[in-house]
Design a protein around this ligand. Structure first.
Ligand SMILES: Nc1nc2c(ncn2[C@@H]2O[C@H](COP(=O)(O)OP(=O)(O)OP(=O)(O)O)[C@@H](O)[C@H]2O)c(=O)[nH]1
Ligand SMILES: C=C(OP(=O)(O)O)C(=O)O
Length: 230
């Protein structure tokens, strides 16, 4: 099955606000862009992904993500994440009616194509399905096969909302990199331990691990860069 992925991305100046403490205001936007570049690079390398549409109004991110091969869809101003996802899925299906679509967060810097492939394969067995985030509270991926609307209910405790909406939770494949979203400094340390993509690896050593080490002196460990395509 050739999935069309819809990746939402806030304007970088506002993105990943919960990383302010760990990253500082100078690096937070750079880090948000690095996460998105690594997420989309891995998604485009996934064998059962046909294309990736990024819903964003950020000019720099749009330019860099388009250069990777993503399609850029302008956001629906001020209507929020779920409106952006529904709009992106609509644009995808206007071009490819009946396409299986998946919403994938842009904050998965450790994403591995082979793990995403397994999750999407499992999801293809259900009309709608989702993967919970590493904390088992939110959602990193929501899918809808041909003929079904995505009906996104992301934000905060979205795992329970997606379950209540009738979507099937994907629990079979071991896919820690697809579940490892990064909202805080501690999440970033966990992603670095899994091994991040090259864009995040370049940025991470510049950061002081403020959130993970409140006393403020400890630097983040050297990042492990995952081998491309692994
Ligand atoms: N296009 C678009 N994407 C959004 C919007 N709000 C959130 N996102 C994206 O949705 C995904 C999940 O959101 P969060 O994990 O909360 O990321 P965030 O909003 O940058 O982080 P915080 O500022 O810390 O809440 C990320 O890829 C965000 O960039 C929106 O209004 N429009
Ligand atoms: C967007 C979500 O949550 P968070 O903002 O905590 O990443 C979600 O998991 O639905």
């Amino acid at each position: 099955m050739g999935w069309s992925l819809v990746v939402p991305l806030k304007p970088l100046a506002r993105a990943k606000s919960r990383l302010s403490r760990a990253a500082g205001e100078e690096f937070r936007p750079r880090l948000a862009l690095a996460f998105a570049l690594d997420t989309v690079t891995a998604a485009l390398a996934c064998a059962n992904v046909q294309d990736v549409a990024v819903v964003t109004d950020d000019r720099l991110a749009a330019e860099r993500l388009a250069a990777l091969g993503a399609r850029i869809v302008p956001d629906t101003p001020a209507r929020g994440l779920n409106a952006a996802l529904a709009h992106g899925a609509g644009v995808v299906r206007a071009r490819r009616p009946g396409a299986p679509v998946a919403a994938l967060n842009a904050d998965l810097p450790a994403l591995r194509p082979a793990e995403l492939e397994l999750v999407l394969h499992s999801a293809s067995l259900f009309p709608r399905a989702f993967l919970a985030d590493a904390a088992d509270i939110g959602t990193t991926l929501l899918t809808a096969t041909s003929g079904r609307e995505l009906e996104p209910a992301f934000g905060g405790a979205s795992r329970a909302r997606h379950l209540a909406s009738g979507a099937q939770e994907i629990t079979g494949p071991k896919a820690p990199s697809v579940r490892r979203d990064v909202d805080t400094g501690e999440d970033l340390l966990a992603a670095l331990a899994l091994g991040v993509g090259p864009h995040t690896a370049l940025q991470a050593p510049r950061l002081v691990a403020g959130a993970a080490a409140p006393e403020g002196s400890k630097r983040l460990p050297p990042p492990q860069v995952r081998a491309s395509g692994a």
